[in-house]
Ligand binder design. Structure first.
Ligand code: XMP
Length: 355
């Protein structure tokens, strides 16, 4: 039986009574996996034009995390992990993290070091090298995460990796998938299929579930931390995902144009740009000598945005403001009600004086 599915633009959150005296008092700490926490609910996507060590370091310094992509040789990815771990020994970063959790614990909170593997080929060897280099979270980066290969990969990684390593698995878009991945041993879920800014999966295959309904279906059946992934364009979208109960959001297009994203700045007569390409785009497949089949993504250039720290600060301002409208001083109690909106409501939600 079919049901109507909604995405971020289809809903608006309803302001709630608030006793939050200042946005400064709003805490954004959250769980990324069962055992690892973030100071702020943002994680950089494991794409080759989004996250290598420079991005992972910058995000961690801001209180989030970056997932180092897997489209490189094992030794190179392990080196990226080592570099990230070494940079994060900085006193100021450790102090920032500890401060974010001092209202909860006096114990040191470990900074999550996240790196991606696939679910076949060299994935086990890769995961061992990444954890030996210092990764404490392995993300199984697969387009269709509700798959036998992912079941085997989780079971295998759980049996060979050190006990302190958590596993994030995905991507998924159904309640059944969430329950299965939880039963297979996942410690966190990456949720969203076909909703990313460069995705062509829904066009090419007809599969995927609009993001709001996708999150609701999954959050109704799992207690695992959920990462809302794909289609996040504004801090308003982030607020909606968090209001529905997602623990964090994964960012691609929002941070791909920054200095810390891999790739050169491209100078054109109309400004500065950087490349952003889908993990399953033809360009990515060609760049990594992969078979040029099953293309399910686009590639493009996007305006250069400067340092990621400033982008993140802007997003965090928006998220703190959202919690204030929702009468919440931390994410766990941020559960405002929402309405579904018409096209007229969507038009009203954007600046509409300027023609
Ligand atoms: P945003 O909207 O933040 O989305 O740019 C980032 C997410 O998009 C997914 N992704 C893809 N999905 N084909 C797809 O169908 C692709 O080539 C592709 N590349 C990335 C991924 O989940 C990422 O985090």
């Amino acid at each position: 039986m079919s049901k109507q599915a909604l995405t971020y633009d289809d809903i608006q959150l309803i302001p709630s009574y608030s006793t939050v005296s200042s946005r400064k008092n709003i805490q954004l700490n959250t769980f990324l996996t069962k055992r690892y926490q973030l100071c702020v609910p943002l994680i950089a996507s494991c794409m080759d034009t989004v996250c290598e060590s420079e991005m992972a370091i910058a995000l961690a310094e801001s209180g989030g995390a970056g997932c180092i992509h897997r489209f490189m040789r094992i030794e190179e990815q392990a080196k990226q992990v080592t570099h990230t771990v070494q940079a994060l020994r900085k006193e100021t970063t450790l102090h920032h993290w500890q401060q974010s959790f001092e209202h909860l614990t006096t114990h040191p909170v470990p900074i999550p070091i996240v790196a991606a593997t696939g679910a076949n080929g060299d994935y086990a060897e890769r995961a061992l090298a990444l954890t030996a280099a210092g990764a404490n979270i392995i993300l199984i980066d697969v387009a269709h995460g509700h798959h036998e290969n992912v079941k085997h990969a989780i079971e295998k990684l759980k049996s060979i990796l050190p006990g302190h390593v958590d596993i994030i698995a995905g991507n998924i878009a159904s309640a059944t998938a969430a329950k299965d991945l939880e039963n297979w041993g996942a410690d966190g879920l990456r949720v969203g299929v076909g909703g990313g800014s460069l995705c062509t999966t829904r066009l090419k295959t007809g599969f995927g579930v609009p993001n709001v309904t996708c999150l609701q279906d999954i959050l109704a059946v799992t207690g695992l931390p959920v990462i809302a992934d794909g289609g996040i364009r504004t801090s308003g979208d982030i607020a909606k995902a968090l209001a529905l109960g997602a623990s964090s959001v994964m960012l691609g297009s929002l941070i791909a144009g920054t200095k810390e994203a891999p790739g050169q700045i491209i100078e054109k007569s109309n400004g500065l740009f950087k490349r952003y390409r889908g993990a399953a785009s033809l360009e990515t497949k060609m760049a990594h000598n992969q078979e040029q089949r099953n293309v399910e993504g686009e590639s493009t250039i996007i305006p250069f945005k400067g340092g990621v720290k400033f982008v993140v600060e802007g997003l965090l301002d928006g998220i703190r403001s959202a919690l204030s409208y929702g009468g919440a001083d931390h994410l766990k109690v941020f559960r405002p009600e929402y309405v579904t909106v018409t096209h007229a409501g969507q038009a009203e939600a954007r600046p509409h004086l300027i023609y």
